[in-house]
Design a protein around this ligand. Structure first.
Ligand code: LLP
Length: 437
């Protein structure tokens, strides 16, 4: 994928950078992000919306990978930004991301977070529930502000990979249910709040979705609901946000569509189902996260020990694991890997890749075919750009890896590797524990 290839030395090269050189320069484990690939993906979304002729915003869902350099890149590519916490918001603001293009999500925004976002003059709050609606109105009134909002609704469609289910009533912690009337009541309530300006609705149906039907069904449900509030409450919407969830290929057998196919399916469905509800079709927003950065990321590890259990399995351990990639342990996610320093050698053995945490569940890949693996080899795990660094932990007090952006043969550090000092930076030992007895 992207700009990676195997070079003359038989090494994996990404963005023109030899991974062995990246190891020498930055150490391992190392997250490597193919910058051009991220940029291309942003452009694919924007180009696809341009083709549709609709008004649009493409918001990068920063939860997938939120660091200042990524926020800068997203801004350069004309993206908006979806944040879900003060930490993501702070990262974006520190990076100089234009506040008016930031959307604030989440099902439990604290009063402090709401204030921070209001003071920063962000573009829009995606209001999740009634408690938040009242809280936001109160804080906005106190500050004498008008605040743009979307209401998050659950359209009764759940999608994951190939399956999408249409459920009458959605059991979800997020949003107002369209099916049981709570969304209708929320629109009525929101429209009557003096300091809130209701722009429209937000719907997110799931993640790592390969098919368009779930999105089309969500558009239809949201459109029907829009018609009903227009007729019943005389409220109209100028924005419909359809969330993220567009799938990527992690392993052979994953069959995502091209970005343009998802966007076309959505915009076509909008043209069909929203026709005639209001004089103008709504502006369409989407929030891709995984599909912007997922397959642009590679994690580079150094192989350490191994354990061969004859007739059973060979474990090969790397210098990272569930601390930098918790997805296999959490979701049984599958990944592909290759030996980055001997990328052109034939496959010779089947091994399982273990992490270095004190936990049996710390496995990265079960059964991957590689050349004969030796201590000191470089293992590259592909498609680790999304929900890896952003979900990394310090379990076992393991330091978080560095992150580099590679492009045109240059590797730029965008996150420094944590130091041992970082590990104890927030520790405090109360004086009484130090008392000599
Ligand atoms: N918008 C909303 C409201 C979301 O909840 C999400 C993801 C997105 C956008 C972006 O979805 P994407 O395009 O990245 O699929 N940690 C999990 C994924 C959780 C996704 C949560 N919401 C994983 O590692 O697979």
């Amino acid at each position: 994928h992207g700009t990676s290839r195997i070079n003359e030395r038989g090494h994996l090269e990404i963005g023109g950078c030899d991974t062995a050189d990246l190891k020498a320069q930055f150490g391992t484990p190392l997250y490597i992000v193919d910058e051009q690939s991220v940029r291309n993906r942003c452009r694919e979304y924007i180009d696809a919306f341009k083709v549709s002729g609709l008004k649009y915003q493409v918001a990068y869902a920063s939860k997938a990978f939120c660091v200042m350099a990524m926020c800068r890149l997203a801004e350069e590519e004309g993206m908006s930004l979806d944040v879900v916490s003060d930490g993501e918001l702070y990262t974006a603001l520190e990076a100089g991301f234009p506040a008016e293009r930031i959307h604030f999500h989440g099902n439990n925004k604290t009063p402090d977070e709401i204030e921070m976002a209001l003071d920063a003059h962000i573009g829009c709050f995606v209001v999740d529930n009634e408690v938040e609606l009242h809280l936001l109105q109160a804080i906005a009134a106190e500050k004498g502000r008008q605040v743009k909002i979307l209401l998050r609704v659950t359209p009764g469609v759940e999608a994951h990979t190939h399956e999408y289910i249409s459920t009458g009533q959605t059991d979800s912690k997020f949003g107002f249910d369209i099916g049981n009337g709570s969304a209708y009541e929320a629109v009525k309530l929101a429209a009557s709040q003096p300091n809130l300006e209701l722009l429209g609705l937000h719907s997110h149906i799931g993640s790592q979705i390969f098919e368009v039907e779930g999105f089309q069904m969500a558009v239809q449900r949201v459109a029907e609901f829009t018609r009903s509030v227009k007729e019943g409450l005389n409220v109209t919407f100028s924005v419909v946000n359809l969330g993220g969830g567009f799938g990527i290929r992690y392993v052979e057998g994953d069959t995502p569509l091209h970005v343009s196919q998802y966007v076309k399916a959505i915009t076509d469905a909008v043209k069909t189902h929203f026709a005639g509800i209001a004089p103008e079709l709504p502006e369409i927003w989407v929030e891709p996260g995984r599909s912007i950065v997922g397959d642009a990321g590679t994690t580079l590890y150094t192989v350490g020990t191994s354990k061969d259990i004859p007739g059973v399995r060979k474990y090969v351990a790397v210098d990272g694991g569930m601390t930098d990639n918790p997805r296999p342990a959490l979701y049984e996610s599958q990944y592909e890997a290759l030996l980055a320093n001997r990328a052109n050698e034939p496959v010779e053995e089947k091994v399982s890749i273990a992490g270095k945490c004190c936990e049996s569940g710390d496995m990265l890949i079960w059964d991957v075919e590689l050349p004969k693996v030796e201590s000191g080899d470089l293992l590259a795990v592909a498609c680790t750009g999304a929900y890896n660094y952003s979900m990394a932990s310090n379990y076992n007090r393991i330091r978080k890896p560095a992150v580099v952006f590679v492009k045109d043969g240059i590797g730029d550090l965008v996150v420094r590797r944590e130091s041992l000092e970082d590990i104890v930076r927030h520790d405090v030992v109360p004086v009484r524990i130090n008392k000599q007895t």
